[in-house]
Design a protein around this ligand. Sequence first.
Ligand SMILES: O=C(O)CCC(=O)C(=O)O
Length: 299
Amino acid sequence: MADIGAAELARYRRDGAIVVEGLLDQATRARMKAVVADLVERSRGVASHDDVYDLEPEHTAERPRVRRIKRPHKVHPVFDEFMRSPRLLAVLSALLGPSGVRLHGSKLNLKAPDGGSAVEWHQDWAFYPHTNDDLLAVGVLLDDATPENGPLLVLPGTQLGPTYDHHGPDGRFCGAMEPDRDGLDYAAAVPLLAPAGACSFHHVRIVHGSATNRSTRSRNLLLYEFAAADAYPLMGVGDWNDFNDRLLVGRPTVVPRIVDCPVRMPLPPAGAQGSIYENQTALANRYFERPAPAGRVPA
Ligand SMILES: O=C(O)CCC(=O)C(=O)O
């Protein structure tokens, strides 16, 4: 099994994000892209969000615009197979520790050319706090991530800081941070740029987001969220069998590891349910729609 080296591990611990190139082979990536093209084609017959599709507001049958494929590992086997690949699991085991690796969820964010949606600043931890914070998201680049096509942006080191407020003006969870509230320097965010086939790994507490795709190329990012096997969700385990079926490495345990981490509960639930894009519509003050301040290149 391939693994990552001590330097990459140290960088992940310090910055909260790393990129590992070449984890997704070209043939599998081509299969995934063909599946995505087929799913987008079939979305012509879908008029509103459903169990598979999250649609851009301007989606029509004539010009299909899909924002997200929900739970892709349940939609097509190619996405299930990749998350079980030994090379990926070896990296995850190195980053998440010895208890094992559990899938928390998956999503495929399709950022279409010429306006594919931004994702406002947030911490994944705000959505799904656990008994310890050995959780991360893997971003599998189905396309090159370039400065122009809305790559993932991270604020290195923020995974070691507070859990920020992700509630909207109505007092409900909205899955986004108010950009003028927390004193963070978003202009210092680092884009996770890499060629297609690379994977980024970002810690569950790191502050991240991504801008609108203003380029003529798609930025399709397959995301898997993983937890250490001994991390228990504070919002509860819905289905015990499913919880254990999602264990990809290690053995089931009823002994959670409890670590002192800053937690805010995502309650009361977002008024706009469905996806992060819907949740974040409650944020009045958006960062990514703003014109760039003088001298700063829009991310
Ligand atoms: O697709 C992106 O650029 C960001 C995705 C993300 O952070 C999320 O879906 O939680």
